[in-house]
Ligand binder design. Structure first.
Ligand SMILES: *Cc1c(COP(=O)(O)O)cnc(C)c1O
Length: 419
């Protein structure tokens, strides 16, 4: 777009002068730009859109709610969309997760989870504050969530302010025991409060997958040491991995669960942190000093809650799971064909999330490959944003076969051009 826009974009180097497309409207998997292009959104607008852009039921719910109640203080006040949503969520999530705390983004859902864990131990009078994390994790961009995420170029400038955590290695194939041993050792320390993890797929860390059996053993290790288990399903939730929650595939119920992105079908900013009875009960008292000290202005915004309620209705009444299964199959076929024609390795898939690494001719090319591929995809009207040399798909479930064909031929042509 224009050079002189005052907008400062996230994760964007304005100094490179790259073109910034202006999108006017969207439907399904298609973004309509101001200059008349129809771009296939193959990453669900950064992992949020689940049923397609502007799903009519969600839009209708937003419009109806906006005409009734736009916003309300939520400390000691309530409204029907939040009540309905909390009941709707407790009905479909594991029954142990009885309590729903609202916030407005994945980062705040994780911040809330960490504060709940620390509050739990503090209110029980135990000095536990250490957080255990997994290598290559991503939990958000606020100071707290950066602290529990992978350290690197993204947060080097802020590292003096990040708190110390205990990091266990990622469970690479054949090295799972080292991960479990490291968690065991960390849990044995008396000051460990919680372990936070992205179940089955580490998203921003490079779409790294690990098996459900490992997730299950991580959960068991925490349980056997009374260390709280926090599942960050901000990306993996809402069907992305082939089940409503990734935890389901491992038969795991976390003590604390973070949901955001697809909670409203990806239409409005809203998040929840769900907790088991012991977490809630540790804050339940006649003593005001034990309450949960957290709020943000737009906590449980009624319009966002209405959008989330429409999302739940879509899950109940439309064949979402079938769409997910069909999409996952089509993605597998398309990627297998690409792998036959191009130098791709580490092909991996978890539900509708599919990824492979492009083999680069030399290491020096590694930092260049992502931006070049991205430009090649965009030139072919496809929104894809490789993570380094990792090319992945995470489309909305409504993407059509014809749109998928466009995506795969664009990847095919771009790989041929760039490599
Ligand atoms: C995106 C993401 C977050 C942060 O969510 P925001 O809404 O961008 O703050 C946290 N955890 C995971 C696993 C994510 O993918």
């Amino acid at each position: 777009m224009t050079e002189r826009s005052p907008v400062w974009h996230p994760f964007h180097q304005h100094g490179l002068g790259e073109d910034i497309p202006l999108v006017e409207r969207a439907e399904g998997a298609i973004l309509h730009t101001a200059d008349g292009r129809q771009v296939v959104d193959a990453i669900s607008s950064w992992w949020v859109t689940t049923h397609g852009h502007n799903h009519p039921r969600i839009i209708e719910a937003i419009q109806a709610q906006a005409a009734k109640l736009d916003q309300l203080i939520f400390a000691g006040w309530t409204h029907q969309p939040a009540e309905d949503l909390a009941r709707g969520l407790t009905a479909i999530m594991p029954p142990e997760l009885k309590h729903v705390f609202f916030s407005d983004s994945g980062s705040t859902a994780v911040e809330v989870a960490l504060k709940m864990a620390l509050g739990f131990w503090a209110n029980r009078g135990e000095a536990r504050h250490r957080i255990v994390v997994m290598e290559h994790s991503y939990h958000g961009d606020t100071i707290g969530t950066m602290s529990v995420g992978e350290r690197g170029i993204f947060n080097r400038a802020y590292s003096p302010l990040l708190f110390d955590v205990e990091t266990i290695p990622f469970p690479h194939v054949g090295r799972e025991q080292a991960t479990l041993d490291a968690l065991h050792a960390a849990c044995k320390r008396g000051d460990t409060a919680a372990f936070i993890v992205e179940p089955l797929v580490l998203g921003a860390g490079g779409m790294l997958t690990y098996p459900a059996t490992v997730l299950r053993r991580l959960r068991e290790t925490c349980a056997s040491h009374d260390v709280l288990f926090i599942a960050d399903e901000v990306m993996t939730g809402w069907g992305r991995t082939g089940t409503l929650l990734a935890c389901e595939q491992a038969g795991v119920v976390p003590d604390i669960l973070c949901l955001a992105k697809g909670l409203t079908g990806g239409s409005m900013p809203l998040a929840v942190t769900m907790a088991t009875a012991p977490i809630y009960d540790a804050h339940y008292s006649t003593d005001r000093a034990k309450m949960f000290f957290h709020s943000s202005s737009f906590t449980a915004n009624p319009i966002a809650c209405a959008a989330a309620n429409a999302n739940l209705a879509i899950w109940r009444e439309e064949p979402v799971m079938e769409r997910i299964a069909t999409l996952a199959e089509a993605e597998a076929i398309g990627f297998a064909k690409l792998a036959e024609r191009h130098s791709l390795t580490n092909l991996r898939q978890c539900g509708t999330i599919i990824a492979a690494d492009v083999v680069v001719p030399d290491e020096g090319y590694l930092s260049e490959i992502g931006p070049r591929l991205k430009a090649g995809f965009f030139a072919r009207d496809i929104l894809l944003r490789p993570l380094g040399n990792t090319v992945y798909l995470m489309p909305p479930y409504s993407i059509t076969d014809a749109e998928l064909v466009r995506v795969f031929s664009a990847i095919d042509e771009t790989l041929a051009e760039v490599l």
